[in-house]
Design a protein around this ligand. Sequence first.
Ligand SMILES: [Zn+2]
Length: 362
Amino acid sequence: MDSETDLVEFFSFSSSSSSTSFEKDRHVKFLQMMYQLLPYQYQTQEINRLTLAYFVVSGLHLLGSLHTIDKDAVADWVLSFQAHPGVEAEVNNGQFYGFHGSRTSQFPPDDNGILVHNGSHLASTYCALAILKIIGYNFSNIDSETILTSMRNLQQPDGSFMPIHTGAERDIRFIYCAAAICSILENWSGMDKEKAKEYVVNCQSYDGGFGLIPGSESHGGATYCAVASLRLMGFIEDDALSKNWSSSIINVPLLLDWSLQRQATDGGFQGRPNKDSDTCYAFWIGAVLRILGGHKFIEEKSLRGFLLTCQSEFGGFSKFPGQLPDLYHSYYGLTTFSLLEEPGLNTLCVELGIADYAAAGI
Ligand SMILES: [Zn+2]
């Protein structure tokens, strides 16, 4: 192609040739390519390597293709990101000893020339443990006590979590990561659940959705983090709609109403009112509806139709129809097709974001 016009025509042709069915084999090939080598466009995401790896490994698992990866090599690689205290006394020094997002550092070496790593991050730790769970790693080899004891250093008096011991935003996303970490490690000593519950409940907005912090605008991702956290912590029941929801700690009918209104006329889901439909919100909000037992109200045929317009002929999914795919939206396209019970896909543990039988430790 020697001109910009050719390029536009090439991609126009690509998008117009979109398939009318879920292309499982192409998605497997797409993720296998990402497993071998990430394209250079992901360089800026270097700090999120474990998150990108989680999308690849969990995606292949959903597609029933976990046998195509070297599980021992993956486990060694993931464990190489784990932070360890120098001596036991350090566990109480305010730091978090989980998993680093990357082996590089944004800090200069100290006076002795020793590299100061970025701190462990809650999101990287959740992704690392999720990968290890998926590949069936023996968790008795992991020092859970150190992860959980030091994780308590991140919880704030209002119940929220900061993601890293040096600070940064404190919001509902990191309560979700902490709850998922405790759930995977089957040990809740890493957090004060009651305080976390209070914070999450205070994030429910007047319209029924949840914001990232109390008083902020409802948002699809924050709403998933809220509902999945409450489910993981055991404060709401599965299929709350068919139970006695009037005694629930959250306003279930208003949440159901807000969530269902996010399905747009094109069949896709938007993260907030007046926004375009975007592949990832089909999962964030579809998962909320699944946990509540309200997924039967989703207009499934039109949702499937929207997602197929975002399915790339190269495998993977894009954010909006007809664009090139990226790993993030590919993973949430796959998880949504799992929610829609696409044949050949493993079923999801929606609150943990990984396939069911991985969540059950099988
Ligand atoms: Zn998105």
